[in-house]
Design a protein around this ligand. Structure first.
Ligand code: BDP
Length: 719
C-alpha cells in the first residue's frame, strides 16, 4: 500500500498534474478535497491546529459539523474540536452571547455593525496565543462565517492577518422553485423536483440537508417551495405537515420556507363562494389559514403570489387592485412577522400594444398603497428573462414600495441545462444599470438594497435550476448560476469575475492558469449566447412550444406570444419601435436613460432592436450595415462556442474525467444548437432583408424549411 502511495506521489510530482478522482458533481462547490499544493497546505497546517465552538444550538452544531468536515478534508487529517485555547492556531467561532471567549475579546464595536446575519473573521490573540475568530451576533452569522472561512481555504487565500467583515446587503435571499406537487418542475431541466411529497413527512431525503448546506454556503436564506402557477393543495393540512418537515431540516441552516398562495384557495379548498379580498369571510379564511400554517411552521416566511397573470386568479377577478389583494394577505401574515412577495409579472387576456409596458402601467399607480410587509417582485427586464433585456423600468419608479428583483437561474431562454452560460454577468448588468431616478449613480442595486429610498425590507429572488439529478443542475456549469445568485443576493455589488473565480477554485481546480482560462470562458459565455440567439437587442424569437431553439417565424396564437410581434421584421428593416414614435415604452425610463434609448444614435447597440425599428442598411459602429452585422454576430456566436470547446479541451489535465467528458459532450450539442440558431434566424430574416450573407461567413447548412421543421429529441424538459 505504502509503495502505491509513493508511486502515485512520485508520478504527481513528476507530471505536476494533480490526482483526479471520479466526480459526479454531487458535492457542488463544497468538496473539501485534500489540498494538493504542498506550500499552501503547509501554511494552513501551521495555522490551524484545532477549533472551538462554544454554546449549543442546532445552527452552531451544523456550523461545527461543517468546520470539522471542511478542515479534515482540506488538511487531510483530523483537526480536533477542543475545549480551551492552550496553543496557537485555534479557530474560535461563536457569538458573544454563547461564548465567553468571544465576549472577552474586544469585538463589541465591530459586531455592532454586522447585524443579525453578518460576521467577522479576525486574526487576533487570546492569552498570548494566536487565534482566528469567527464572530457574529447570531448563530446564523456564525454559520455564514464558517462557510466564508472554509471558502478562503478552498480558494487558497491567505488566512493570516485576517480582518474580514461581511454583512448581507439584502434581508431575504430566496430561491423560487417552480416545482409542482406531482414533482414536475416548470422550466426545470435537471430532473424532478427535489421535494418528494409522497414520502414526506415520514421519510426525509439526506439530500435536503445538502441542499440547505449549499444554499447557506452561498448566503441564501429562503426557499419558496412551490410553483408560482400555484396549487392550493399545498395549503391543506396534509401538505403543511410535509412542508413543516422540510422547514425543520432547513431551519438550522438559517433558511426559511415560503409558499406560493393561490389566490382562489378560499374557493378551491375553503369551500367559499368567492376569493374577493375585501369579503369578510375571505379575509377571515386567510387569517385562519395563516394561523394554521404558523402552528406547523412557527418561522414560516410568508407568501409568494402570481396573480392576474397568464390566467392565474387574482384580485382583478373581483375588480380589486393588486394592492388590495396583496394587503389582504399581508394583514394575515403580519401578526406572525410574515411577508408577501407580490409579483409584477402581469398581463391579462387582452393583447397590449406593447407587453413590455404592462407591469409598469399597472403597478406605478399603486406605489405607496401596499402594506409595509409587502415587496413587489419584479423580473430583471420588462418582458421575460430574455438573453438580454434592458433593466425593468419599475426599478426606481416606485420609491414608496420595496421592490425585489426576480432573476431566472434556470435557463428557460438560455439553452436549458445543455448550454454553458454563466449568468452572473446578466445579473450584474441589471444590478449595475443606472436608473438615474435620484441622479447619476441610482443603480438598480441601490433600489434593491433599500439605500436609494430608505427601505428596510429588502430581497432578491432567483428561479431555481435545481432538480433531483445527481449533480443537481444538469449542466455542471449551471451549478455556478445557483452559486452566483446567492453571492450576488448577499452583495449585489460583487463582480462576476470574482464570483466565477471562487466557484471554479472550489468546484474544479486551483491551478491559476486553468482558473483564468475557465473564468474567461464563463465570463464571455453569456455574450456568446446572446450572439447566437438574439444579437443587437432582438428578443422573444424562440420556438413556441418550448423555449429552446429558434422560432423567429412563429406567428400563430396570441399575438404577444409570437415572435413576429417582437422582431417586426419587414422589407424596410427589423426591430420593435419603442420610441415616442412607436409604443413609447422609452417614456417609462427616467431621463437621461429615456433620451439615450429614444435616440437611435445613442441607444446602446446591444439594445438597438429592442427600442428601434432599424433599416437594413443602417450603419453600425463596426461600419457594417445592420443586415451584415446581424449575420456577423450570429456567425461570431457559433465560432465562439467552438472557442469555448477548445478552451475546455485545453483544461483537460486539471479536470476530473467524469465532469470533463460531461461538459465536453454538452459543448458539442451547444455548437450544434448555436448553428441551428444562426442558420434558422439568418435564413428567415433574409426573406425580409433580401440581401446576401456577407462573404467569408459560414453558409447555412440546410434551407429554411429544415430549420422550421426541426424537432429536438434530446433536450431536457422537452417531451
Ligand atoms: C415565463 C414562463 C412561465 C412562467 C412565467 C412566470 O414561461 O412558465 O410561469 O414566466 O414567470 O417565463 O410566471
Amino acid at each position: 500500500m505504502k509503495q502505491l502511495f509513493y508511486l502515485l506521489f512520485v508520478t504527481l510530482i513528476i507530471s505536476g498534474i494533480p490526482e483526479l478522482k471520479a466526480e459526479d458533481g454531487y458535492r457542488l462547490w463544497l468538496r473539501y478535497d485534500f489540498i494538493s499544493d504542498t506550500q499552501v497546505l503547509n501554511l494552513y497546517t501551521k495555522s490551524v491546529k484545532g477549533w472551538i465552538i462554544q454554546g449549543d444550538s442546532p445552527t452552531l452544531r451544523v456550523a461545527g459539523n461543517e468546520l470539522q468536515m471542511g478542515l479534515n478534508g482540506l488538511l487531510g487529517k483530523n483537526i480536533p474540536e477542543i475545549s480551551s485555547v492552550k496553543k496557537s492556531g485555534i479557530i474560535v467561532a461563536g457569538t458573544p452571547e454563547n461564548s465567553q471567549l468571544i465576549a472577552s475579546l474586544n469585538l463589541r464595536e465591530r459586531l455592532a455593525s454586522v447585524g443579525n446575519e453578518g460576521y467577522l473573521i479576525v486574526s487576533t490573540k487570546y492569552r498570548n496565543k494566536k487565534i482566528i475568530v469567527i464572530a457574529a451576533n447570531k448563530d446564523a452569522g456564525v454559520l455564514y462565517g464558517v462557510f466564508h472561512f472554509l471558502r478562503l481555504m478552498q480558494t487558497h487565500q491567505s488566512i493570516s492577518g485576517l480582518s474580514i467583515e461581511s454583512v448581507p446587503k439584502t434581508k431575504i435571499r430566496i430561491l423560487n422553485h417552480w416545482d409542482n406537487l406531482n414533482r414536475t418542475v416548470e422550466r426545470g431541466y435537471a430532473g424532478l423536483s427535489l421535494w418528494d411529497w409522497k414520502s414526506l413527512p415520514d421519510s426525509v431525503s439526506p439530500r435536503y440537508i445538502d441542499y440547505a448546506r449549499a444554499n447557506a454556503s452561498a448566503g441564501i436564506n429562503g426557499t419558496a417551495l412551490t410553483n408560482v402557477n400555484a396549487n392550493a393543495l399545498v395549503l391543506t393540512k396534509e401538505y403543511l405537515q410535509k412542508v413543516a418537515a422540510l422547514a425543520d431540516i432547513f431551519r438550522p441552516y438559517g433558511i426559511k420556507v415560503y409558499l406560493t398562495a393561490r389566490f382562489s384557495a378560499p374557493v378551491e379548498i375553503g369551500k367559499l363562494k368567492t376569493a374577493d379580498p375585501l369579503d369578510n369571510d375571505v379575509v377571515d379564511w386567510w387569517k385562519k389559514k395563516v394561523d394554521e400554517i404558523y402552528s406547523y411552521i412557527p418561522d414560516f416566511g410568508g407568501f409568494l403570489v402570481k396573480a392576474n397573470s397568464e390566467g392565474q386568479p387574482g384580485p382583478q377577478n373581483y375588480k380589486r387592485t393588486h394592492a388590495e389583494g396583496a394587503n389582504m394577505l399581508a394583514d394575515a401574515v403580519a401578526p406572525h412577522n410574515g411577508i408577501v412577495m407580490w409579483r409584477a409579472f402581469v398581463y391579462d387576456n387582452n393583447v397590449p400594444d406593447d407587453r413590455a409596458k404592462q407591469a409598469y402601467n399597472e403597478f406605478v399607480p399603486l406605489d405607496g398603497k401596499f402594506r409595509n410587509n409587502v415587496l413587489i417582485q419584479v423580473k430583471n427586464g420588462p418582458v421575460d428573462f430574455q438573453p438580454r433585456e434592458p433593466f425593468h423600468p419599475l426599478f426606481g419608479a416606485m420609491p414608496g414600495t420595496p421592490l425585489m428583483p426576480e432573476f431566472q437561474i434556470t435557463q428557460e431562454y438560455l439553452g436549458s441545462s445543455v448550454h454553458l452560460v454563466f449568468l452572473a454577468p446578466l445579473y450584474e448588468e441589471c444590478l449595475k444599470s443606472d436608473t438615474y431616478v435620484r441622479g447619476k449613480g441610482s443603480l438598480v442595486a441601490k433600489v434593491i438594497d433599500g439605500t436609494l429610498d430608505n427601505h428596510q425590507l429588502t430581497a432578491m429572488a432567483g428561479v431555481s435550476n435545481v432538480g433531483n439529478e445527481r449533480n443537481w443542475t444538469g449542466h455542471p456549469f449551471a451549478q455556478a448560476n445557483w452559486y452566483a445568485f446567492g453571492r450576488l443576493a448577499w452583495d449585489p455589488y460583487l463582480g462576476s469575475g470574482e464570483v466565477a473565480g471562487e466557484w471554479i477554485r472550489m468546484t474544479y481546480t486551483n491551478d491559476n492558469e486553468t482558473v483564468q482560462r475557465i473564468s474567461k470562458m464563463m465570463l464571455e459565455s453569456r455574450e456568446i449566447t446572446v450572439n447566437y440567439m438574439t444579437p443587437l437587442g432582438l428578443h422573444h424569437i424562440m420556438y413556441a412550444g418550448h423555449h429552446y431553439g429558434p422560432g423567429p417565424w412563429v406567428n400563430r396564437g396570441r399575438q404577444d406570444w409570437t415572435s413576429v410581434y417582437y422582431h417586426r421584421a419587414d422589407s424596410t428593416g427589423i426591430g420593435f419601435n419603442r420610441t415616442s414614435s412607436g409604443s413609447n415604452a422609452v417614456s417609462q425610463y427616467f431621463p437621461p436613460v429615456r433620451d439615450i434609448y429614444e435616440n437611435i444614435e445613442t441607444c446602446p447597440e446591444n439594445l438597438l432592436l429592442w427600442f428601434h425599428h432599424v433599416p437594413w442598411d443602417y450603419k453600425l459602429e463596426s461600419g457594417r450595415t445592420l443586415w451584415d452585422e446581424i449575420c456577423y454576430r450570429y456567425d461570431e456566436g457559433v465560432k465562439s462556442v467552438r472557442w469555448l470547446h477548445g478552451e475546455w479541451t485545453r483544461s483537460k489535465d486539471f479536470i476530473d474525467p467524469d465532469r470533463f467528458e460531461k461538459v465536453q459532450s454538452l459543448l458539442v450539442k451547444q455548437e450544434r444548437d448555436a448553428k441551428i440558431w444562426k442558420d434558422g434566424c439568418i435564413l428567415y430574416f433574409q426573406t425580409f432583408s433580401k440581401r446576401p450573407i456577407p462573404g467569408g461567413l459560414e453558409k447555412p447548412v440546410y434551407d429554411l424549411d429544415y430549420y422550421r421543421n426541426h424537432e429536438y429529441t434530446d433536450i431536457p424538459g422537452i417531451r
